[in-house]
Design a protein around this ligand. Structure first.
Ligand code: DAH
Length: 341
């Protein structure tokens, strides 16, 4: 036994390396094989006297354990290195194609609308979907018990009648006017909520874009020209527009704008109820009392506002006949819309 240098053997094992499978195998044969050094150690036990056998046995077991652990660590280092090498080799292989998602049709149409208005100097201002009664109704000249509140069946949050899901994007006008000095030229895209029975033509969630322009000298002509420009850009040069007098509590005078039906080009079809026209927005000159509610001097400033739906133009553009499709998130439906926007 005197010739046994166990410390040296341990050192050898610890310092072993294997940079290939064959070197690993060499290691295994050298230390753990049938004729390997560990086996050889144990074979010597029988020559030791009984007293020494116990301590030697423990030592040999320790060496065996170290040799096995080293083997496992060399093996795993080698396999991680190997897979790294394989990845490098993969550079020449074709990649695994990842399916590209598509934009939601509502996003496509909204982005197109935003781009058109940005082009003529409007900036985007987004606001919260949970609103106060003041912003959604009262400041917009819709006091409590005003019949216009019935037109917009409201979802109230919890038991506080003051907190609600906005029924239109107009409250964002109020937020901006209360916090910004004119001139103001904004568009406010967003989701709105109304407690309506869901059908092919109506949904309890939909989208609008609010527009607001406040300055010292703004006329109804400016409003008409802006919306006229928008309609041509959005729906094509051939699109005709018409304004009809209307009523909104927050604008005076008020109007609604129709465009010639994109499906039948104004000839008359079921989509336009055979009128040749489709209504796409409400608009008007901001009522001075709304300006005053926001602490804007109505003797100095005036402006126009409009509220544009997104679903209807999107349905016209893509010839979609059921509004519910927008909210079902059926991949087969959504995959059909491709856009750079
Ligand atoms: N807020 C109105 C609605 O949801 C739409 C609207 C009409 C907005 C006229 C306006 C406007 O800014 O001037 O029905």
């Amino acid at each position: 036994m005197a010739d046994l240098d166990l410390e040296q053997l341990i050192k050898e094992i610890e310092q072993s390396t294997a940079s290939s499978i064959s070197e690993l195998e060499q290691y295994r044969v050298r230390y753990l094989g049938k004729k390997g050094k560990v086996k050889e150690l144990f074979s010597r036990l029988k020559d030791a006297d009984a007293e020494a056998r116990e301590t030697l046995g423990a030592k040999f077991n320790d060496i065996k354990y170290r040799a096995e652990a080293k083997f496992e660590s060399l093996k795993s280092k080698l396999s991680s290195k190997k897979s790294g090498e394989e990845n490098e080799m993969d550079l020449s292989r074709p990649g695994v194609p990842l399916p590209l998602g598509t934009r939601h049709p509502i996003s496509i149409v909204r982005n197109q609308m935003i781009k058109i208005f940005e082009h003529i100097g409007f900036t985007v201002s987004e606001g919260p979907e949970i609103e106060t009664d003041w912003n959604n109704f009262t400041a917009l000249n819709i006091p409590e018990d005003h019949p216009a509140r019935d037109m917009q069946d409201t979802f109230f949050l919890q038991t506080d009648p003051d907190i609600l899901l906005r029924t239109h994007t107009s409250p964002q006008q109020i937020r901006v006017m209360e916090s910004t000095a004119p001139p103001i030229r904004i568009i406010c895209p967003g989701r709105v909520y109304r407690n309506e029975t869901v059908s092919a033509r109506a949904h309890c969630i939909f989208h609008q874009i609010e527009g607001l322009y406040i300055d010292e000298s703004v006329s109804f002509t400016d409003l008409k020209q802006t919306l006229y420009y928008f309609a041509k850009e959005m729906f094509g040069e051939d699109t005709k527009t018409r304004f009809r007098p209307s009523y909104f509590p927050f604008t005076e005078p008020s109007a609604e704008m129709d465009i010639s039906c994109l499906i039948c080009k104004g000839e008359g079809c079921p989509v336009c109820k055979h009128s040749g026209w489709v209504e796409i927005l409400g608009c008007g000159m901001v009522d001075p009392s709304v300006l005053e509610n926001c602490n804007i001097d109505s003797s100095k400033y005036m402006g126009y506002a409009f509220g544009l739906g997104i679903e209807r133009p999107a349905m016209l553009k893509y010839q979609i006949d059921d509004i519910r499709l927008f909210f079902e998130n059926d991949i087969r439906f959504l995959e059909q819309f491709q856009s750079a926007l």
